[in-house]
Design a protein around this ligand. Sequence first.
Ligand SMILES: [Zn+2]
Length: 172
Amino acid sequence: MSTTSANTGKRTGYLTWDDYFMAVALLSAQRSKDPNTQVGACIVNPHKHIVGVGYNGFPTGCSDDTLPWCREGDFLDTKYPYVCHAELNAVLNSSLSSLSDCIIYTALFPCNECAKVIIQVGIREVVYLSDKYADSDSVRASRRMLDQAGVVCRRLAPASPMVTIRLKEEKA
Ligand SMILES: [Zn+2]
């Protein structure tokens, strides 16, 4: 529902920048074929322009229908050796060679492999929603590197609890 400011007529209740970029990350996650974990990421430059988005998936040309999405079994029969995480894809999908001073919005706190990529391309801030793997070695290593590299990590407190997107026109 839209309301407007009494003084200017400006619409109120619009998305904050943080919620907007996180929502773009979450929308990207909807493209993931992973049955267990759908993660999206959105990279934003200091001018608040989106410069890269990504979601977790297999490398280009590697079929979603032949590689496994399993989490258990022999290493080669799980998704782990093959999947590219959302943060990596967002960096690789960016048209920029340097992401200095950019912010990455990601649904889940980055793993140690993505932390390396985030640091190496010059991203200065990580904004995340969930930190459900905080106790894992991967996330511990990630935090250690991000802290040492001076990358700010901030858990988003969303201003809006939900963003609704309707694709089909409502009947009048
Ligand atoms: Zn990762």
